[in-house]
Design a protein around this ligand. Structure first.
Ligand SMILES: [Mg+2]
Length: 187
């Protein structure tokens, strides 16, 4: 688990916990090469809008490729750095970055749907659940949000059809075409 904490000078309206693959960048599955990073259209505009409104931005990504031995934590850090570079919103962009390296079946520390990263960051930054959103493309993002008892939104830019995630219908979770459309709803 890699957590980097950043200080912020803006007045805090809330926080967005953002999945990476399928939400901010195209899900290439076990992406290890920074040259493969492709932003999902609108991601930078959406993040800029959220930032301007006073939302802290957290990146929260499962990277089981590390636990599976397919790539290293350093690869993931390079991919994240390339994403920040392409977003062009300055660096560091995220208040904290949570990278869960566990493979399925390995003891879970932070791997979504564990809400641990969210809960720790909420405590550290004095955030209330109603101020916080998890935005992602998969069932584990929904699960982490529900376990942390924060708001959740699902985007259609991932590999999974949101209609196949039963928690979405059961919990009336909003689904957006992309992160940009979600960010446009923030106030
Ligand atoms: Mg994802």
């Amino acid at each position: 688990m890699e957590i980097e904490n950043r200080k912020s000078k803006i007045e805090i309206r809330g926080a967005l916990f953002l999945d990476r693959d399928g939400t901010l960048i195209i899900d290439k599955v076990y992406l290890a090469d920074p040259a493969g990073v492709e932003l999902i259209p609108g991601a930078a505009d959406g993040l800029r809008r959220a930032q301007a409104l006073g939302y802290l931005l957290f990146l929260f990504t499962n990277q089981s490729g590390i636990g599976r031995g397919l790539h290293t934590l350093e690869d993931t850090l390079r991919v994240n750095a390339r994403m920040e570079e392409l977003l062009g919103l300055g660096s560091p962009l995220f208040t904290a970055v949570g990278i869960a390296p566990e493979a399925p079946g390995q003891p879970v520390e932070y791997r979504k749907p564990s809400p641990r990263f969210i809960l720790e960051q909420m405590k550290q930054h004095n955030l209330e659940p109603e101020q916080c959103w998890m935005v992602g493309d998969s069932a584990v993002d929904v699960g982490a949000a529900l376990a942390a008892d924060i708001n959740v939104a699902v985007v259609r830019t991932g590999k999974v059809d949101p209609a196949t995630i039963p928690e979405i219908a059961a919990n009336f979770i909003p689904v957006y075409p992309s992160f940009a459309e979600f960010a446009a709803t923030l106030s």
